[in-house]
Design a protein around this ligand. Structure first.
Ligand code: SF4
Ligand code: FES
Length: 242
């Protein structure tokens, strides 16, 4: 294992070669704000909120810390004037895109911002990609994808219309930092409006409680090679029937 010296906000440590600045900072109890990063997912570098300053002699550069692997000794500042100014600018741009997110409001307040000087877009999505990545990398459903470029970029079901591979697990709802994705139940259906997805619910054959969307039961039954009738019963009835 090759270890590299890193100094962050004056705190010195050694990290394994390839460790990201974000992880090295966390190990030193230094928190860098993030919006598109999740420990279970590959770094993506979409939100740019995790900007830090790398100082080399009398020169410095500003870079995203979540996807910057440490491969040589570094001196990093996370709270320097330059780093904070860069993050404030990113936050202003994110706030201009989406001004309905409590998480963004919280970060803005922490950075002394009460609004954005840029033109408001009134979108509810900041294109962080967490929903697309959790669906693809963790759940393995690949139900949604990025489409279009530039200002038109969106996360949508692959061919528009309904996200036919969506199993209604709610992972995207859970990771979305802006609350742009909602999951609702209506009678016997689970509905995710954002992905135009409507799923029929399955109920326990013994006691009648809700088990999960039928499509989700089929997905996990096949994926885990479970008996075909595995999800006919809820967990409690399955345990009681043994
Ligand atoms: S819907 Fe939410 S999780 Fe998905 S890209 Fe937009 S902000 Fe990120
Ligand atoms: S957390 Fe690093 S770019 Fe979003």
């Amino acid at each position: 294992m090759i270890m590299i010296a890193v100094t962050i906000n004056g705190k010195k440590s050694e990290v394994e070669r390839g460790t990201t600045i974000l992880k090295a900072a966390a190990a030193l109890n230094i928190k860098i704000p993030t919006l598109c990063n999740h420990e279970l997912l590959e770094p993506y570098g979409a939100c740019r909120l995790c900007l830090v300053e790398i100082v080399e002699g009398d020169r410095s550069t500003v870079t995203t810390s979540c996807n910057y692997p440490i491969t040589k000794p570094l001196v990093v500042e996370t709270e320097s004037k330059t780093a904070v100014k860069a993050r404030r600018m990113v936050l202003e741009m994110l706030l201009a895109r989406c001004n309905t997110s409590p998480e963004l409001d919280r970060l803005a307040a922490k950075h002394g911002l009460s609004g954005s000087r840029f033109e408001l877009r009134y979108d509810d999505c900041i294109l962080c990609g967490l929903c697309e990545r959790v669906c693809r990398e963790v759940v393995g459903a690949n139900a949604i994808t990025f489409a279009q470029r530039g200002a038109e970029r969106v996360v949508v079901p692959p061919f528009g219309g309904e996200a036919e591979q969506c199993i209604g697990c709610g992972a995207c709802v859970y990771v979305c930092p802006t609350g742009a994705i909602q999951i609702q139940e209506d009678g016997d259906q689970k509905i995710i409006d954002r992905w135009s997805r409507v799923l029929e619910l399955k109920y326990c054959k013994a006691c009648g409680v809700e088990v999960a969307p039928a499509f989700q039961c089929d997905y996990f039954q096949k994926k885990a090679d479970l008996p075909e009738d595995f999800f006919d019963l809820c967990r409690d009835c399955r345990v009681a029937s043994r």
